[in-house]
Design a protein around this ligand. Structure first.
Ligand code: NAP
Ligand code: GLV
Length: 310
């Protein structure tokens, strides 16, 4: 009964191992690259595992993704097939994402980047913006995170529209779904928030065609995954004024390379994939609970659908 743990940094792996050992004293918890008996491993707990990292484990019951997304697990082309993937989600993750989205939507809405730049020049310029009730915000993805963020934005006073794969009903949110609903969802939207999972259908969805359907001068907030964005289309849209500003938390390559133009673009705010990261003290409790429930019942509510991609 071994659980193999793998995060990109050794100290983080050790931190998670220690937390899980405290919560699961009957299990052997080992860093994935130091496993002594691969046949004893029945669960892996991973964030961005290396290609082929899980092939030695022939008795895997489930893979636990340390996060809401599973794209980083599915990226492993040698991933053992038909092993269930458990997402690590919860109120902690949702709360953090709500904070991030509200912070950055309000920041764009109230023109804070311009006001901060004016302070640097000692410039007293009263930038008067319309009230939130006149600024339409669109949330792409209405799952755990998107629906909570959309409802919060509606409570603040924004007219909120949301877009998902299947039809939804949410308090205070006008919901659209599927490719047929995309155009109406975008039309008149001024601040676009992406909280979609990364799948074959959503890769590159933040592109020129999408930007051109938004209200001119609008803002983009991408807190989902870097490959949702076509980087060159964003730069062009910022240069042309079609998009006024962007806040980006996720990137094609992370950490964002020094040479990437996003770092120095005055219209872009870069945050280092911190919108909502689960930490070991909270996350280990969710992981331990999910493994216990999976052992007892053979499933958990937060099971991902690998074929669907999320
Ligand atoms: P979720 O509960 O699985 O919800 C995904 C939502 O996206 C669902 O509403 C789904 O529609 C919709 N969707 C999927 N494919 C679509 C498509 N082709 N067209 C339209 N809508 C589509 O996911 P979540 O827990 O909210 O997390 C969303 C993503 O946020 C994660 O996958 C991850 O990439 C990202 N994330 C980022 C951070 C960060 O710190 N930056 C933290 C956590 C998560 P249905 O409801 O119809 O299925
Ligand atoms: C973080 O990015 C997550 O997927 O939870």
């Amino acid at each position: 009964m071994t659980i193999a743990v793998s995060l990109p940094a050794e100290d983080k792996t050790e931190w998670w191992c220690q937390m899980l050992r405290d919560l699961m004293p009957d299990w052997k918890i080992e860093p994935l690259d130091k496993v002594e008996d691969p046949d004893a491993v029945t669960y892996t707990v991973v964030w961005r595992p290396a290609t082929g990292a899980m092939t030695p484990f022939s008795n895997l019951k489930a893979i636990v993704s340390l996060g809401a997304g599973i794209d980083h697990v599915l990226a492993d082309k040698q991933l053992p097939q038909d092993v269930p993937i458990i997402r690590t989600v919860g109120t902690d993750l949702t709360q953090r994402m709500k904070e991030y989205v509200a912070l950055h939507v309000l920041r764009h809405h109230r023109e804070m980047p311009a006001i901060e730049a004016n302070q640097g020049r000692k410039l007293w310029e009263q930038i008067i913006v319309p009230p939130a009730t006149q600024r339409r915000v669109g949330v792409m993805g209405l799952g755990n995170l998107g629906s909570a963020a959309a409802e919060l934005l509606s409570q603040i006073g924004f007219p909120v529209v949301g877009w998902s794969r299947s039809p939804k009903e949410l308090q205070g949110v006008q919901c659209y779904s599927g490719p047929d609903g995309f155009k109406s969802f975008l039309e008149g939207t001024e601040i676009l928030v992406c909280l979609l999972p990364l799948t074959d259908s959503t890769r590159g969805i933040l592109n020129a065609d999408t930007f051109n359907q938004l209200k001119r001068g609008g803002s983009i907030i991408n807190a989902a995954r870097g490959p949702h964005m076509v980087d060159s289309d964003l730069i062009e849209a910022l240069n042309s004024g079609q998009i006024g500003a962007a806040t980006l938390d996720v990137f094609h390559v992370e950490p964002l390379p020094d040479t990437h133009p996003f770092w120095s673009n005055p219209k872009i705010t870069v945050t280092p994939h911190i919108a909502s990261m689960i930490d070991a003290p909270t996350g280990s409790k969710i992981v331990a609970k999910n493994i216990r429930i999976f052992e007892e019942t053979g499933t958990v509510p937060d099971l991902a659908d690998a074929k669907r991609g999320y």
